[in-house]
Design a protein around this ligand. Structure first.
Ligand SMILES: Cc1ncc(COP(=O)(O)O)c(C=O)c1O
Length: 377
């Protein structure tokens, strides 16, 4: 039996100490883990959310079937709901945003083609070299403005019809832009980009992992996007708070091809209606509330602006706050100081850090973050 309270004069052997901590963990471990979860404010990403009780209930009550046989009623219902919402012909439920982007690129390109995107686009820097690996295509990465590229830049980047050059076949946009700090495209620019694509015979894909954030922030409708893009990927596992899943949208023939490639990539899931039910729930309950995440992000950015350690903050348009520290200040130390106060941040380069607001961050937590930001000077 190891004593819980040790008298000051008691000097235990190392083995006794190990036993003491092991017994504490054994008896109170789960409690510590639960407490830690509730005490920490996790701003590293909007992918860290836990399903709400309503979402769990929707999961438990979902009707399911084999989705590879296209017999899962909840997946079928979700695909129909989302493609109709965007005014597109068909949808394909995929396990992740990476998978739906990679399937789209595979469908739209031939090996040896060139794909135009911004130099910090997720499809380029965060999908494991997937464009080369899965599609055998190369990337023309353009330096844009906070993750966004213009119609003129795209037009300039298209290769001429020359045997020496790769065939430019696809443009990928990202809205909102992750590395751009949640920046949104100006819809007029997207229309110009579509025009360039039509003139130059290019297809246009949208990585809309956080498209719902853009729609809420800009007061735009899904249908506006459905009319413009050849394919769209929207994620449910970010701002919408689902455990997993994304929807790839396009024409019926595109989705037919995409379904084959999803299987080829090992992405054919079976009774995945349990997950699709979370997306159905989120579309009803978690879209409008994104405006609150955006307000929270702005509040955090305003307080950050008063911290003398902070040099730059990217303009906040949605739920991401990306900032840099003044020369000589170590981002890792800043992260550690915040962590000691129960707040988790993500360093995203040698000089910059990220905070993301989401479903599991409420106003009182944001107030606490701001208080801590005022103290860490
Ligand atoms: C812009 C963007 N696209 C795609 C993805 C990939 O999504 P997933 O993590 O579901 O593969 C992410 C993930 O953070 C993202 O930020």
């Amino acid at each position: 039996m190891i004593p819980i309270f040790m008298p000051p004069e008691f000097s235990p052997s190392p083995q006794t100490l190990i036993n003491f901590w092991l017994s504490l963990l054994r008896n109170f471990g789960p409690l510590f883990i639960i407490l830690k979860f509730f005490l920490l404010i996790d701003l590293r990403s909007d992918t860290v959310t836990r399903p709400t009780p309503g979402m769990m209930k929707a999961m438990m009550e979902a009707s399911v079937g084999d989705d590879v046989f296209m017999e899962d009623p909840t997946v079928n219902e979700l695909e129909k709901k989302v493609h109709e919402l965007f005014g597109m012909e068909a949808g394909l439920y995929c396990s992740s945003g990476t998978m739906s982007n990679q399937i789209a690129i595979k469908c739209h390109t031939q090996p040896g083609d060139e794909v135009i995107c911004e130099r910090e686009a997720h499809v380029y820097i965060y999908e494991g070299g997937g464009i080369a690996f899965n599609s055998g295509s190369q990337v023309r990465a353009i330096a844009g403005d906070r993750g966004r590229i213009s119609a003129q830049q795209i037009s300039n980047a298209v290769n001429p019809d020359d045997v020496h050059k790769a065939r430019t076949s696809l443009v990928c946009l990202e809205n909102t832009s992750n590395r751009g700090g949640g920046s949104c495209y100006d819809f007029e620019e997207i229309k110009k980009i579509r025009k360039v694509c039509d003139e130059k015979n290019l297809l246009l894909h949208l990585d809309g992992a956080r498209l719902f954030n853009a729609l809420v922030a800009r007061k735009e409708s899904p249908g506006m996007y459905g009319k413009i893009f050849n394919s769209i990927s929207v994620c449910f596992n970010k701002g919408l708070g689902c455990p997993s899943g994304s929807m790839l949208l396009g024409t019926t023939s595109f989705i037919h091809k995409a379904r084959r490639i999803r299987k080829l990539f090992g992405g054919g899931m079976r009774q995945t209606g349990f997950l699709a039910a979370t997306a159905m729930y989120a579309l009803e309950h978690h879209v409008e509330r994104l405006a609150m995440d955006h307000a929270h992000a702005k509040q955090i950015a305003e307080t950050l602006g008063t911290n003398p350690k902070v040099s730059t903050i990217l303009p906040v348009e949605t739920n991401l706050v990306i900032f840099g520290l003044i020369p000589g200040k170590d981002p890792k130390k800043f992260v550690d100081e915040m962590k000691a106060a129960g707040i988790l941040l993500l360093p995203i380069s040698e000089t910059s850090l990220r905070m993301v607001t989401h479903l599991n961050v409420d106003s009182s937590m944001v107030d606490k973050v701001c208080t801590v930001l005022k103290e860490i000077r």
